[in-house]
Design a protein around this ligand. Structure first.
Ligand SMILES: Nc1ncnc2c1ncn2[C@@H]1O[C@H](COP(=O)(O)OP(=O)(O)OP(=O)(O)O)[C@@H](O)[C@H]1O
Ligand SMILES: [Mg+2]
Length: 453
């Protein structure tokens, strides 16, 4: 990875940022500590200078010049590195004893570079110059402790910054390389997806980190997306296939009419049949569009509380006569109100489709039962019959658009009734189950009971 690429990685920049923050904190804390220590050392140095000065000055009180010079000479010998230096002059500025240059030193406290005092070091000296009896005494003390402390602190910070800097660059680079390798595979997967390959999945390392969690969540959505796109592809293929038959019939009717008209024969019957056929095709399209609209979920915004018991009662009343006319008996099996949150119109249409199916697909003499049962949380609405039923392997397929059992091909209908029931069930998050009623079919919809009722 090139340095420029490295800089583009957020993980690398984050590592740098954290190091900068840590270093800044370190420098601030160290700076304050260093300042306090320096001040302390300074005070101690001044106290030491005062102490030496006073000790020598006391000798001068005895007014013994020889003793004074000897005291200074002894001290000079005791400090051969001249970390403590002295100067004694008389009133006329005449040098009496000392190991520093006799310059015009200011009276009182001053800080003077070693070179100015003719001492061959780089230290600064803390200097006090004042009267010692009738003489003038100067005591200079090197600030070697402070200087050493400064060197140690600066050295420590220098090393810390160097080590932290190197560690950051290394850690950032390793991190960035690792993230990059995972992102590269993710990018490759996204490129495949962009080219329409919905089977591509983002890599999951198995470490369970944040990238893994996001990848897993995206992969789960991709699985759902892939299956719904596959389902849509299947639906489009089924619809295209199933609509060819009525369109062919329409074409044959029109061809017949054209032939008859060419032969000078009346073509009214064929034309009327063609109109009826195109009406059916229209109805099929309307029903398909309606299912698509239900599937879009837009109608969920219009949900109200619907009592399924009351609704089933109304539907049973409406269809009782129709069922009787077809030779069936329709029973109503409901007890308490069963409120659910839903779209009243769609739920009405659903129950109607189920009852119409029993009337249409069962031989006369069938017993039809419209039931609603409730538990603490659930409401189950079912329509059962004692007719031929649907074989287990066909129960999933009859929910598809335009799918009809072989034996029903001759009956009226488009094969969209149960597809609509399925769409409405999904819209209401209800469970739709087709089961064997032994004999016959039982279609049950399980809803969640409306909250607060
Ligand atoms: N109660 C039933 N008993 C037996 N077979 C049934 C029953 N209900 C549905 N079927 C079968 O399932 C198929 C699909 O039913 P669906 O309601 O989707 O379509 P349809 O009734 O044929 O037409 P329509 O679109 O007018 O409802 C039917 O064609 C029929 O073969
Ligand atoms: Mg039907």
């Amino acid at each position: 990875m090139r340095p420029a690429d490295l800089w583009r990685h957020s993980s690398f920049r984050l590592a740098l940022g954290v190091t900068l923050l840590v270093l800044t904190t370190l420098i601030l804390a160290g700076g304050v500590g260093y300042g306090l220590m320096r001040e302390r050392l300074s005070t101690r140095q001044d106290a030491r200078v005062t102490e030496i000065f006073t000790a020598i000055a006391q000798t001068s009180l005895l007014n013994d010049r020889v003793d004074l010079i000897e005291a200074i000479t002894t001290r000079i010998q005791a400090s051969p590195d001249r970390s403590t230096a002295y100067l004694l002059t008389d009133d006329n500025g005449q040098l009496l004893a000392g190991n520093i240059r006799d310059t015009a030193l200011p009276r009182g406290w001053s800080t003077i570079a070693a070179a100015e005092l003719d001492i061959p070091t780089n230290y600064l000296y803390r200097v006090f110059s004042g009267p010692a009896g009738q003489y003038r005494l100067t005591v200079a003390l090197a600030n070697s402790d402070q200087q050493q402390l400064q060197n140690i602190v600066l050295g420590a910070f220098g090393w810390a910054a160097l080590v932290a800097g190197l560690a950051t660059v290394a850690a950032g680079a390793i991190l960035a390389a690792r993230v990059q390798s995972r992102l590269s595979s993710a990018e490759a997967a996204v490129a495949l997806l962009a080219h329409g390959d919905l089977s591509a999945r983002l890599p999951v390392s198995g470490r369970g980190d944040d990238l893994d969690r996001i990848s897993s969540a995206i992969n789960a959505s991709l699985v759902r997306l892939e299956s719904s796109v596959e389902a849509m592809r299947q639906v489009s293929a089924d619809i295209a296939h199933d609509l060819r038959t009525p369109l062919n019939r329409l074409r044959i009717r029109i061809e017949n009419a054209a032939t008859r008209l060419a032969d000078g024969l009346p073509a009214e019957d064929d034309l009327m049949a063609a109109i009826a056929e195109s009406d059916r095709i229209n109805e099929t399209f309307s029903a398909l569009l309606r299912i698509a609209q239900i599937e879009s979920g837009a109608r969920r915004a219009q949900f109200t509380t619907v009592d399924l018991t009351g609704l089933m009662q109304i539907m049973a009343e409406i269809y009782a006569d129709v069922a009787a006319d077809a030779g069936h008996t329709l029973y109503l099996d409901v007890t308490d109100p069963a409120p659910v949150s839903g779209d009243r119109e769609l739920l009405t249409q659903t129950l109607a489709n189920l009852i119409e199916n029993t009337i249409r697909h069962c031989a006369p003499g069938t017993r039809i039962t419209c039931a609603v049962r409730g538990t603490a949380d659930l409401v189950i609405a079912s329509v059962s019959d004692t007719g031929p039923g649907i074989p287990a392997e066909e129960r999933e397929k009859v929910l598809r658009r335009l799918y009809r059992l072989e034996q029903s091909r001759s009956t009226e209908g488009t094969g969209l009734g149960l597809a609509l029931v399925k769409a409405v069930a999904d819209l209401h998050s209800a469970d739709l189950v087709l089961a064997d009623a032994e004999p016959g079919l039982r279609v049950a919809l399980t809803f969640r009971r409306s909250v607060g009722t």
